[in-house]
Ligand binder design. Sequence first.
Ligand code: C2E
Ligand code: MG
Ligand code: MG
Ligand code: MG
Length: 287
Amino acid sequence: DQAREAYRPVFIISDFAADSEEWDYSLQARLESALSEDRISIKLQPQADLRDGRIVGAEALARWVDEERGDVPPSRFILQCERVGRLDELTKRILSKSLDAAAALQTCDHHPRISVNVSAIQFVDSRIAELVEKNLAIHSADPAKLTIEVTETARIENFSVARGVFEQIKQLGVNFSMDDFGVASANLEAMFELPFDEIKIDQIFVRGVHHSETARAIVANVVRLARDAGLTSVAEGIEDRETYDFLRETGCDLGQGYYISRPMTLSNLQEMMTLQKDTPLLRDKYG
Ligand code: C2E
Ligand code: MG
Ligand code: MG
Ligand code: MG
């Protein structure tokens, strides 16, 4: 027991070290140059209409490959941007690249919509609305082809302020999706308080469909909840045929996940859109 006790502080110290100022500082310097040199890019992950498998949209996911550290996961650098007040700058660049992509995809048969992630904490004032309006104009993009996926809805402190910002953006013709439905504690309150058009069922439930009756019950009932509330339902994290079929049978509208396609480059997506075949059959080629 004594030996075990002796180990404990070591783990605490190493946890602390991973989160120390020194470590953040080095990441911060690299992130700052990546932002100023515009080296943070996007990958687009197709979203399929589950009834016929056609690609009707894509989610823009931020990607940063650092020379020394390699792939830095978005969860890591987005938190870092938030800590140092650079989240608006990141959003500006991602939004700009996403609307560029949306414009490029306008020529495709089924002109897909693009979903862009924006953190709930960015709905505390009108800056995000101004950013969206300005970028729609710059790129002459169709607002109806832009969806804003709001992440971390549990962090909304003032719903009436957030609602005002939502309304400003909705007036432009942009749609709203609630990301990670089911995992953020205030999801139902946010669904009730804010004018969402869509909910995205979190992948922890979708990936549990195989082995958990509870997961199947949650997924089926969230799909029904969305339908009864007049919202579109989207399932993320569909990794195999069985899950795809289950989601389709529950009446879920849209699906996203490795089974349909991994996140890809714009040119790959354009090629995929041009072919417009049943997407699961194309996954090996584009995955
Ligand atoms: P999210 O918005 O829920 O995005 C879905 C995540 O699941 C993505 O991870 C995607 O690559 C991954 N994914 C997609 N299909 C599958 C699948 O079938 N199986 C599994 N296991 N994973 C799948 P990623 O790209 O690492 O992004 C993580 C999170 O970072 C996102 O979760 C989102 O919350 C945030 N994020 C990404 N880009 C941005 C951005 O531009 N702005 C903001 N604010 N957040 C972003
Ligand atoms: Mg998302
Ligand atoms: Mg999501
Ligand atoms: Mg998620």
